[in-house]
Design a protein around this ligand. Sequence first.
Ligand SMILES: Nc1ncnc2c1ncn2[C@@H]1O[C@H](COP(=O)(O)OP(=O)(O)OP(=O)(O)O)[C@@H](O)[C@H]1O
Length: 187
Amino acid sequence: MSRPIVISGPSGTGKSTLLKKLFAEYPKSFGFSVSSTTRAPRAGEVNGKDYNFVGVEGFKSMIKNNEFIEWAQFSGNYYGTTVASVKQVGETGKTCILDIDMQGVKSVKEVPELNARFLFVAPPSIDDLRKRLEGRGTETEESISKRLSAAEAELAYAKTGAHEKIIVNEDLDRAYKELKDFIFAEN
Ligand SMILES: Nc1ncnc2c1ncn2[C@@H]1O[C@H](COP(=O)(O)OP(=O)(O)OP(=O)(O)O)[C@@H](O)[C@H]1O
């Protein structure tokens, strides 16, 4: 089973952009884990594919059994990622990619059996990050401020050496090449 790759970095740093390129170039090699949730399935959502849909009691007993890498409650529903769901991606012959924040990185580190590899994507500067978030056109001024202060914490955490590789996403093609070099390196 290939080792899961954890990709983190401030919001707006270009993680989705890089992963989109990777999935487009290698459509069969990578996968995301399926999250578990107590919310009701929406029309067209498939159990085991979009989410693992579970009842509240079931979810609570999974928490007790330590099945989650991390879980949270949003607007009355539980959401989480199980250790099993990450392993399942590996069992299909794909490499699991986890696109998560600093808290998630810390949680994955608490599950040594996953044997994950950690990659951090940094912006060239906080100023560039602000410009990207503004340019993406998806954020209000308030949410940009929130993301920039979270970015400071993410960057400080990266400085502690928590990641095996830090890529500065300045020139996109160059950053993408560095991403592939890391992902496909023998490990
Ligand atoms: N190397 C780059 N140079 C300039 N702009 C970039 C670069 N990489 C990505 N961008 C742009 O920056 C914006 C943010 O990128 P993206 O949405 O991929 O960030 P993200 O890290 O996935 O953010 P989030 O964590 O909020 O999902 C997008 O508009 C994207 O087109």
